[in-house]
Design a protein around this ligand. Structure first.
Ligand SMILES: *Cc1c(COP(=O)(O)O)cnc(C)c1O
Length: 389
C-alpha cells in the first residue's frame, strides 16, 4: 500500500464512489524530496533516470519524457516530416488531443470508423481512406485494448506510411506478443492526472530509431544543441539553435514522481484486472449494457472501465448514478462532431455511425487500483436499478 498521503475531502461531498483516486504517497514524497536536493529543477538527471527506466519497462531503445501526450504526438509528427498538405488517418473515438496534435503539426486528420465491439479503429476500413497525401496512421488503443498492430503495420508497409501510436491508455497493454512501440515509428504516452501512471501533467514517447530520437531531443527543447543540464556538467559553451523546436521537456520534479510508480505498475495492473473481471462478471449478462469485447492473445491495460448504455439515454444514467453518489465520466463523444472539427472538416452526424453510436452510449464507471471491490457491486446494482426503472 502506498496511501500515506490523505486525500482531502472531495469538493462535492455527497460523492460516495469517486470515478478516480490516485495512489501517489510516501514513495513519491521521498522521491520528490530527493529531487529537491538536486540543484537542477528542470530537465536533468532525474528525468534521464526516468527515461532509462521507462525505456527498459517498455522494451524500447529510447524514451523521451515530455509535458504531455498531446505534445508527444505533435513532436512525433513534426520529426517524421508530417505537415501542411499531409493527411493522417486516425479514429474519431478518442480524446480530442489525438486530432488536435495532427492539426498542430499543420496536417489534416482523416477519420476512419471503429469496430462496434471494441471501439478501436477498424483496420478493414483504413485502406479505403488512403490517398496520395496520406503520410501516417495514428491509432489509439482505446481503454487499454490494443488495436491489431500487425494489420496496421501491413497496411502502412503497403502504402509507405508512418505509424504513430496514441498509447495514452496502454502502458501495460499487449496483443499477439506485440507491445506499444514495437511495430510503430513512435508510441506516445500520457501521465495526465487520471492515467495509469501520473505526475499531474506529463507524457513520454518511445522510439527505436537513433536519428529520430536525436531530432526529437532537439524538438523537445527549442531546437537547442545544449540544455541547462549539459552546461551544468560540461561548463559553459555556446549552444546553437539548429531547427525549429518547441517547449515540451519534463522537469526533474515531475519525473521524480513517476520513477516510483514504475515499480507499482504491474501490481496496480493486477488490481485493475481484478476489478475489471468483477465488473465483467455482473455486466456481461446484464440487459441494456454492453462491454468492450476482448481480443484473443491480448492483455488489456485497463485504463478505464467503459460500458455502452443501450437501454436508456446515457445522460440519464449519468445523472441517476450521480444522485446516488456515484461519479462517472464519458470517454468519449465521437470527436468529429465537436463544433471545431465539424466546422473544419464539414462533418455531420452519420459520417462515422459506429463511433457516433458508441460515443452516445459510452460511460466510464468508477475504476482505480485501490478501489474497494464492494464498490463494483454497489455501482452495478445502481446501474441495474436505473436501467430497469
Ligand atoms: C489523455 C489522453 C490524451 C492526452 O494526454 P495529455 O497528456 O493530457 O496530453 C491523448 N489521447 C488519449 C486517448 C488520452 O486518453
Amino acid at each position: 500500500m502506498n496511501s500515506d498521503v490523505e486525500h482531502s475531502e472531495p469538493v462535492l461531498n455527497n460523492i460516495k464512489i469517486p470515478f478516480y483516486r490516485h495512489d501517489l504517497g510516501e514513495a513519491e514524497v521521498q522521491s520528490f524530496r530527493a529531487a529537491l536536493q538536486d540543484p537542477i529543477l528542470t530537465t536533468g538527471k532525474v528525468t534521464a533516470t526516468f527515461e532509462e527506466h521507462f525505456a527498459a519497462y517498455m522494451d524500447s531503445t529510447y524514451a523521451l519524457a515530455v509535458t504531455s501526450c498531446t505534445g508527444a504526438m505533435h513532436m512525433a509528427l513534426i520529426a517524421l516530416g508530417i505537415g501542411p498538405g499531409d493527411e493522417v488517418i486516425t479514429t474519431p473515438m478518442t480524446f480530442i488531443a489525438t486530432g488536435t496534435a495532427i492539426l498542430e503539426a499543420g496536417a489534416t486528420p482523416v477519420f476512419v470508423d471503429v469496430e462496434p465491439d471494441t471501439g478501436n479503429i477498424d483496420a478493414n476500413l483504413i485502406e479505403q481512406a488512403v490517398t496520395p497525401r496520406t503520410k501516417a496512421i495514428l491509432p489509439v488503443h482505446l481503454y487499454g485494448l490494443m488495436v491489431d498492430m500487425k494489420a496496421i503495420r501491413d497496411i502502412a508497409d503497403r502504402h509507405d506510411l508512418y505509424v504513430i501510436e496514441d498509447a495514452a491508455h496502454c502502458i501495460e497493454g499487449e496483443r499477439d506478443g506485440i507491445r506499444p512501440g514495437a511495430l510503430s515509428d513512435a508510441a506516445c504516452f500520457s501521465f495526465y492526472a487520471t492515467k495509469n501512471m501520473t505526475c499531474g501533467e506529463g507524457g513520454a514517447l518511445i522510439v527505436n530509431d537513433e536519428s529520430l530520437y536525436e531530432d526529437l531531443r532537439l524538438i523537445r527543447l527549442h531546437g537547442m544543441t545544449k540544455t541547462a543540464y549539459d552546461r551544468s556538467r560540461e561548463g559553459y559553451a555556446h549552444w546553437d539553435m539548429v531547427r525549429m523546436g518547441w517547449k515540451y521537456n519534463l522537469s526533474n520534479l515531475d519525473a521524480s514522481l513517476l520513477i516510483p510508480q514504475l515499480d507499482r505498475l504491474s501490481c496496480n495492473h493486477e488490481k485493475r484486472q481484478r476489478l475489471a473481471k468483477a465488473y465483467e462478471a455482473v455486466l456481461a449478462p446484464m440487459q441494456g449494457v454492453e462491454i468492450q469485447t476482448d481480443r484473443p492473445r491480448s492483455v488489456n491495460a485497463r485504463h478505464v472501465y467503459n460500458v455502452w448504455i443501450k437501454a436508456k439515454p446515457r445522460d440519464e444514467v449519468i445523472l441517476g448514478l450521480r444522485s446516488l453518489g456515484i461519479e462517472t465520466v464519458v470517454n468519449y463523444r465521437a470527436i468529429h462532431l465537436h463544433q471545431y472539427f465539424r466546422e473544419l472538416g464539414g462533418y455531420a452526424p452519420g459520417d462515422f455511425p459506429v463511433a457516433e453510436a458508441l460515443g452516445n452510449a459510452a460511460l466510464s464507471l468508477p475504476f482505480y487500483p485501490n478501489m474497494p471491490l464492494e464498490h463494483v457491486q454497489t455501482v452495478c446494482e445502481a446501474l441495474e436499478t436505473l436501467l430497469s426503472s
